[in-house]
Design a protein around this ligand. Structure first.
Ligand code: PLP
Length: 395
């Protein structure tokens, strides 16, 4: 993979890099795009909204005009809830595939919606596989929809959405995908992976700032979803119908965030689109993981399951290691890292996404090395329990 000759420009404001899966480090130009006020009704802003929608549909690979993009105010979870509430009929039933916090949040959302659902919970990180999805669908004919998480950001695992999609459609059911932390860096082409709708947000791999999410949906499915929604504000069909008719958002849009997102989309295209964005993140991961392993750290996941989005590391067994101390030392060196979410052993996470490249990742590794030395930690090796946990995961 060719490496970038010149480093990406560092954040100009002296703030630390966010090695977190959104909000993340954004380009200066993206922040700068917010220095102007826009009238939500005005033709200029309507054109901006249209441009965002068209570009997102193009990123999803739709060339036949079968899909549309509906942006929705709020953080990503608002759009997940909007998608579930809009596409699942009141008498539908959802199979939720969970292997971490975001899968469980989808199940919790179904509980709030008061709609039938059932859960395959694979624990902290084991991937839901096509054959078990097929078996669950065979066992329960009432299931109408399946929701899968593309990259489960709580462990960083890249779930096998292609085989899940095949299992779902071979059983005549419908797939919804939470591709929040993957879309824009990992392909989710409508011509290659079948689904009815997928959801992502402004502040993940497109590298915008937080403030809205968006759903890419099959138009016919959206048309048929009229009246399903439990919520006025989160009704995607209503948002879509109003946007098609007027070019406007139904309620106050996050105008500055949309302006920043357009700039982020421009940078995404200039970089070379999904393939180039994904390649930069993969390189970030490879350089960072190799460096951290060189210090003695071990990843939760085997290489096959490591996403280029975020990587979970086990905390060292050395009693001198303390995560909050490590965190503060990393922050003082310019890097905000992320606590882990595993229930069995202690862990932390380092994100690979955002406006940063391999040069930054080398500095991250150097900072970790210095932080360990300052704490008097001589080995970053994890406890035995962590390694036996990992042994459960297929190669
Ligand atoms: C970030 C993320 C979400 C949404 O989280 P918000 O905090 O509401 O933006 C949902 N699913 C996944 C997989 C995510 O990574």
């Amino acid at each position: 993979m060719p490496s970038r000759p010149e480093p990406l420009s560092a954040p100009k404001l002296g703030e630390p890099y966010l090695l977190t899966p959104g909000p993340l480090t954004t380009a200066y130009e993206v922040k700068e795009a917010m220095l102007r006020d826009w009238g939500s009704w005005d033709a200029d802003f309507r054109a901006m909204t249209k441009s965002v929608r068209d570009q997102i549909v193009a990123l999803a690979g739709d060339t036949k005009g079968e899909f549309t993009c509906v942006p929705m105010q709020g953080s990503g979870s608002f759009s997940v809830e909007a998608m579930l509430g809009t596409f699942v009929p009141k008498d539908g039933k959802v199979l939720v595939l969970a292997n971490g916090a975001y899968g469980l949040r989808a199940a919790e959302t179904m509980r709030y919606l008061g709609r039938a659902h059932t859960l395959i919970d694979k624990g902290d990180y084991m991937p839901p596989r096509g054959d078990e999805v097929a078996a669950a669908l065979d066992a329960d004919p009432a299931i109408t929809h399946v929701i899968a998480i593309h990259c489960e950001t709580s462990s960083g695992i890249l779930n096998p959405v292609a085989e899940i999609s095949e299992a779902v459609y071979s059983r005549g059911r419908k797939l919804l995908i939470d591709s929040m932390s993957a879309f824009g860096a990992l392909p989710l082409d409508v011509n290659e992976i079948r689904y009815e709708a997928m959801v992502s947000s402004a502040n993940k791999c497109i590298e915008g700032v937080p403030g809205f999410g968006f759903v890419v949906a099959r138009k016919a499915e959206l048309e048929a979803a009229k009246g399903n929604s439990h919520s006025l504000a989160l009704d995607l069909h209503a948002q879509w119908a109003y946007m098609e008719k007027t070019g406007q958002w139904r309620y106050t849009p996050p105008t500055h965030v949309v302006a920043a997102f357009l700039e982020a989309l421009r940078l995404h295209a200039a970089e070379g689109g999904v393939a180039a964005r994904g390649a930069r993140y993969a390189r970030n991961r490879d350089v960072m993981v190799e460096g951290m392993r060189g210090l003695g750290f071990e990843t939760l996941l085997k290489d096959r399951w490591l996403s280029p989005i975020i990587v979970t590391f086990f905390c060292p067994a050395d009693p001198k290691f303390d995560f909050s101390d490590f965190y503060e030392r990393m922050k003082a060196k310019g890097f905000i890292i992320y606590p882990g979410k595993l229930t069995v052993v202690e862990s932390f996470r380092i994100g690979c996404i955002g406006r940063m490249d391999e040069h930054v990742m080398r500095k991250v590794v150097q900072a970790a090395k210095e932080a360990l030395a300052e704490m008097g930690v001589t080995s970053a090796a994890p406890p035995e329990a962590a390694l036996s946990e990992r042994a459960k995961l297929a190669a």
